[in-house]
Write a protein that binds this ligand. Structure first.
Ligand SMILES: *Cc1c(COP(=O)(O)O)cnc(C)c1O
Length: 448
């Protein structure tokens, strides 16, 4: 361990980690980044195959984004957002309303994904209180959902790893069996099924709609669950039934927004508009904390009244609408428009598909390869026929991750799911490197 690593471990508690692991695997101290690569203090380079936790879009140290920050910082770094406003926020709100699904016309600002979810839950709850449907106090979410790690967000998540210990502190939420396409109980394929598994959601809603304010869902891909991709038919059915029973469809596009799934927003795959939509992560191309919660006019109007009626939405964060973050988000949208990112990603995503098929599918432990746009994932299993998983205590993914780092690729799998979610600036040669190292690391782990 070098001195920086020693000091790091003396003072810092890292996220999503058992700190004891760092004893024999000290933190990698990154000094600089360039495009898809990160460089540590010793000059070793790592290809960032997971976009630094799904946030980076156009590479590290991106010249356009850097310039946008410099330009903004010369003018205004931050200002109170109550009664005050500024050009970057106004421009961003207008442009976001214009590119998101129809009907989402108002924008509320916060500074991280979990907070955007908190805003959505509070808005939905308060809306129904104010229109007189006071029994609508609960939320529903599907199995394996992930919506962030504050207490409200954990309440609508369904991954025990993050939430189990906190159960006594969490809201009482309806947990509904969701799609599980790799292990489909109906033996259908996600490309051609009619989301038969929606029957569980239908049942819950029919029984409990009077109590349900909103349903929170990650459209098309359940990210933290292991990049579980499901059919757009599920979302279409959800939109219909939410309309029928006056339930808010809350789309969590924090991970899948901004082109990740091949469309600007994942809801576009199903052609639906949610009532509330949460955005963060790619919003600032991986540079700065910022999140947005968008909603319909109908929701907004239920809060619009004299101050003394106490109908206002009194949610706020100190850094709400930070001008530097907003300027970066505007530049992010410029890059999408001026550099035809979505179109170019189509070709890159095809190459990832080809390379994975060529290099990984012959490995006996690769149970499934699933892909949508710029997300590709392979699920490792003990037995391809039975689809039996490795016990989580074996830490198969984690061990493969450590091997891949040795060869200069940052994979950081989700359990036994190894996935590729690279910055959109990745080129052909780098795609090949990324998949090749994954192959090498998996084979080395299994001794193949
Ligand atoms: C990352 C993520 C969140 C939480 O965002 P944070 O900024 O990490 O709080 C919520 N929902 C989804 C789908 C996410 O991927």
């Amino acid at each position: 361990m070098n001195l920086l690593q020693i000091k790091d471990l003396r003072y810092i508690w890292h996220p999503c980690s058992q700190m004891k692991d760092y004893e024999d695997f000290p933190p990698i101290i990154i000094e600089r980044g360039e495009g898809v690569f990160l460089y540590d203090t010793e000059g070793k380079r790592y290809l960032d195959a997971i976009s630094s936790w799904w946030v980076n879009l156009f590479g590290h140290n991106n010249k356009r984004i850097n310039r946008a920050i410099k330009n903004q910082i010369e003018k205004l770094e931050h200002v109170i957002f109550a009664n005050f406003s500024h050009k970057p926020a106004i421009e961003l709100a207008e442009r976001i309303v214009n590119i998101t699904p129809e009907g989402l016309n108002k924008v509320f600002f916060a500074d991280n994904g979990s907070s955007a979810i908190e805003v959505a839950l509070k808005l939905s709850f308060q809306y129904f209180q104010q229109i007189g449907k006071i029994k609508k106090t609960k939320f529903a979410a599907i199995t394996n959902a992930y919506h962030g790690e504050t207490l409200g967000a954990l309440s609508v998540g369904n991954i025990d790893l993050y939430s189990k210990i906190y159960k006594p502190l969490l809201l009482n939420t309806f947990k509904v069996e969701g799609p599980d396409c790799y292990r489909c109980k109906y033996n259908l394929s996600r490309e051609t099924c009619s989301a038969e598994c929606f029957e569980h959601m239908e049942k819950t809603i029919i029984e409990h709609h009077e109590e349900i304010a909103g349903i929170v869902i990650e459209p098309m891909v359940q990210g933290a669950a292991g990049m579980k991709i499901y059919s757009s038919v599920y979302l279409k059915k959800l939109r219909e039934i939410c309309d029928e029973y006056d339930i808010h469809l809350i789309a969590d596009e924090i991970a899948v927004g901004f082109g990740r799934t091949g469309k600007m927003f994942a809801c576009e795959h199903a052609g639906i508009s949610p009532d509330i939509m949460c955005l963060s992560k790619g919003l600032t191309a991986g540079y700065l904390p910022l999140s947005l919660t968008l909603m319909t006019d109908k929701i907004y109007e239920a809060f619009y009244d004299e101050y003394t009626t106490l109908k206002a939405f009194l949610h706020s964060h100190s850094y709400t609408g930070n001008p530097i973050s907003c300027a970066v988000a505007c530049e992010t949208l410029n890059i999408f428009e001026e550099e035809s990112i979505i179109e170019k990603n189509e070709i890159k995503s095809e190459l990832i598909n080809e390379k994975v098929k060529e290099l990984l599918l012959d490995i006996p432990y690769v149970g499934e390869f699933r892909q949508i746009g710029m997300i590709g994932a392979i699920e490792l299993v003990k037995d391809k026929d039975t689809k039996e998983s490795f016990d989580w205590r074996e830490r198969v993914g984690y061990k493969i991750y450590k091997i891949a780092l040795k060869y200069g690729v940052l994979l950081r799998p989700l359990g036994n799911v190894i996935y590729f979610m690279p910055p959109y600036v990745i080129n052909d040669e780098q795609i090949e490197l990324m998949v090749n190292v994954a192959r090498k690391a998996i084979k080395e782990y299994f001794g193949l």
